[in-house]
Structures are given as structure tokens and as C-alpha cells.
Design a protein around this ligand. Structure first.
Ligand code: KG4
Ligand code: ZN
Length: 372
């Protein structure tokens, strides 16, 4: 059963062809370079780039070897698309294309929740059917991305219970904002990781760990960002100055465009600042995960989303789960940590088995704040 899946939830235009849990092709056209200078994703730029690129990405995914008639499109059984959560104007582009393809090829349409996609990214296989890992419910899932930080009990296919989430910024967003304050550009997570790798004493500054004393499983990262800001300010670390009056409407990340290269040397080592901030975020994630393991008594973890590209975080999660004789699953390949259509296709495969199709294709609409 072949599925053509589309994800345009944020700043990657992605299309995949999947077969059950196998990925036959997956193309991601990243917009990172377009958004970089604004220090975050600009909705109007994202929308235009998705529109300009979507046909090219569909074609590339359908005949990955190039040229001729689309090889895979002929054998497609269903079309799948991300309905939300995400950026409204970006989601719209993928949904429009999915409707158009469903109509043209007379295929049924499957709407997928992007967060479900992230959870299933731990079970995606390559075209050879590897890794073989099977489902063994229940799992405790932690989604950590630029937009989400959520604990979910994954009880069975399509059965979720959210037991904790961020009350303000997501973990990835906190990393992005800290990197921005340091003048390191966007996205911040990978840059902080590179700098932190060179540091031996990982937690020299010991920044505050938010919400660790609270009894629940919620997170809050905006206070950490604020205390980091005041720390830099009070130590005369020059914070990059926004360029006034040039930003397109609707910039995210409290964003004003930033000029790169504006930080002077602070009295603190940039690598130590990066490492200590990263450590504060990760330590919070680990301690809350430990609390969640105790609360749910589930020792099978799924940790997914852009931030698990980070090797330090993976190590800390592995160390934690060892204490509980459990197992932690990450996305099966690195490209599956960030946004991609392959994970959407895999969810759609399970939905097709249960005949969960969109009933009225014409009325399918984006849900920017869709939850699990
Ligand atoms: O899942 P994702 O690609 O997009 C969303 O759905 O939000 O996640 C993007 C987030 C960004 O905040 C980015 O800084 C973070 O993932 N990220 C990382 C790393 N690579 C990406 N954070 C820490 N270490 C990394 N290596
Ligand atoms: Zn995502």
C-alpha cells in the first residue's frame, strides 16, 4: 500500500512515498537559509517558499532517480497530509496540494496530526524494512521540538494521553532564543551543541532549572531565557541589536532581524555559556522525565522532535533509562528528528488500515493549534 505524504507545517517543504512502515523516498527542501537572517521563521516568507517549491518536491519524491513519468505516483493508493499543528499559512499550502492530487488521481485523502507523526518517527523503517523494532505498548513519549515540549502516554495506535507540557516556550525555542542572545543565528540548537561539545565542565554557570519543584509534569522555559538575558546584560555581554523597521509582518520568536557578528567578547567564554544554558534545559528535561517515569511506572521511552538530534541529550536519556532497566527509542534515522513527510506517511498507513479517511475532501481545513 503506497502513500504519498506531504508536510508543510513550518519551514520545511517535505514529500515522501511510504509503504507500510517503509520509506521509499523522502525529500525535504529546507527554508532555513531564507529565515536565518530574521532570527526565526517568517510566516509570509514560509508560505511563498512552500508555494514555489511544492511541485518540485512532489516530483522529486515520486521519481527519485529523476526524469520520465513519475514512477511512484502511478502506484500511489492514498494521499496524506499534515493538518496541524503548525503555521496556518504554511499548512494551507500542503493541504491545497494534497486536495489537488487526490482529485486529479481520484485517491482517498488521509489527514495526519504532525505530533502523531513525530511519535511514530521512532518506528519508521528504511526501504529494506530496518530497523525491525515492533510496537510494545504502552510508551511514555516526550516530544521536544521548536514548537512543542510534551509528555504523552502512547497507549495504543491512536490512543494518547497528554500528561504534561510547556506552559510557555518549548525547549527548542529556548535554545533558539539563547543562541540569538549570543548572536549565534538560527536555528540555535545545533550551534549550541557544537560549542558545548568543546567544554569539559559542562555546567560552569549553573543557570536555574525551571519548574523542578512543581509536582506536575509541566515545563516552563521562558524564565530561564529571561534570567540568561539578565545574566548576559549584567556581565556586559553585548547582545545583538535588532535592525529596526525592516521586519516583514508576523515574525516569530519575538523576532526582529538580527545583524550577525555584533557580539563583542564578553568576560565569559562563549562555549561555557552555550554549554551551561544547554545543560539547564537538558537537566530540566531529564529530571521531569524521571518524575514522569515514576508517575506512570512506564519505563519504555520514546523521545522525538528536532532537539533529539542532540547527542548530549541522547546520552543523558540513555543514562536515565538504565537506572529504570528500561529502553529509550529515538527517531530511527537522523533526518526523522526534524520535520519530514516520511513520519506523516507512516501514521497514514496505520490510519488507512482502519479506514480513517477524510470524508469531505473539499471541507478539509488546517488546524494550526491541533492537539493530540
Ligand atoms: O522538530 P523540529 O525540526 O521543528 C519543529 O516542529 O519545531 O525542531 C526544531 C528545533 C529547533 O528549536 C532547533 O534549534 C532544535 O530543534 N534542534 C536542536 C538540534 N537540532 C535541531 N536542538 C539541540 N541540538 C541539536 N542538534
Ligand atoms: Zn515538528
Amino acid at each position: 500500500m503506497h502513500i504519498l505524504a506531504i508536510d508543510t507545517s513550518c519551514d520545511e517543504t517535505s514529500v515522501a512515498v511510504t509503504d507500510g512502515r517503509k520509506v521509499l523516498s523522502n525529500v525535504i527542501y529546507s527554508q532555513v537559509l531564507l529565515h536565518k537572517k530574521w532570527g526565526g521563521v517568517v510566516p509570509s516568507i514560509a508560505k511563498r517558499a512552500h508555494e514555489e517549491r511544492i511541485n518540485f518536491v512532489v516530483e522529486s519524491a515520486c521519481h527519485p532517480r529523476g526524469g520520465g513519468d513519475p514512477e511512484l505516483l502511478n502506484s500511489i493508493d492514498y494521499i496524506a497530509v499534515t493538518q496541524g499543528p503548525g503555521l496556518a499559512v504554511a499548512l494551507e499550502v500542503g493541504i491545497k496540494k494534497a486536495k489537488e492530487l487526490a482529485k486529479k488521481y481520484r485517491k482517498k485523502l488521509i489527514a495526519v496530526n504532525h505530533l502523531e507523526g513525530h511519535i511514530y518517527s521512532a518506528f519508521v523503517q528504511n526501504s529494506q524494512g530496518n530497523p525491525k523494532r515492533d510496537f510494545n505498548f504502552p510508551y511514555l513519549a516526550l516530544i521536544i521540538s521548536g514548537g512543542h515540549t510534551e509528555f504523552v502516554i502512547f497507549k495504543n495506535h491512536f490512543e494518547y494521553e497528554i500528561i504534561g507540557q510547556t506552559l510557555d516556550d518549548a525547549a527548542g525555542e529556548a535554545l533558539d532564543k539563547a543562541a540569538k542572545l549570543l548572536g549565534l543565528g538560527y536555528p540555535g540548537g545545533p550551534v549550541l551543541e557544537r560549542l558545548a561539545k568543546e567544554v569539559r565542565n559542562k555546567d560552569g554557570h549553573n543557570f536555574p532549572r525551571p519548574m523542578l519543584k512543581s509536582k506536575d509534569l509541566n515545563f516552563s522555559f521562558s524564565g530561564l531565557k529571561t534570567s540568561f538575558y539578565y545574566f548576559l546584560k549584567s556581565n556586559n555581554h553585548v547582545i545583538p541589536v535588532p535592525i529596526r523597521g525592516q521586519a516583514p509582518a508576523g515574525i516569530q520568536l519575538n523576532g526582529s532581524p538580527i545583524r550577525s557578528g555584533m557580539t563583542k567578547e564578553s568576560k565569559y567564554d562563549l562555549r561555557q555559556l552555550a554549554s551551561s544554558f544547554q545543560e539547564a534545559v537538558f537537566d530540566t528535561l531529564i529530571k521531569k522525565t524521571e518524575k514522569a517515569i515514576k508517575f506512570t511506572t512506564i519505563n519504555q521511552l520514546i523521545v522525538v522532535g528536532g532537539v533529539v538530534a542532540n547527542f548530549r541529550l541522547r546520552k543523558l536519556m540513555r543514562d536515565l533509562i538504565k537506572k529504570y532497566n528500561g529502553e529509550v527509542l529515538f527517531p530511527s534515522y537522523k533526518y526523522l528528528t526534524g520535520d519530514n513527510a516520511a513520519m506523516i506517511g507512516i501514521v497514514a498507513g496505520f490510519k488507512a488500515e482502519k479506514s480513517l479517511f477524510v470524508e469531505d475532501v473539499g471541507r478539509l481545513d488546517r488546524i494550526p493549534r491541533m492537539s493530540l
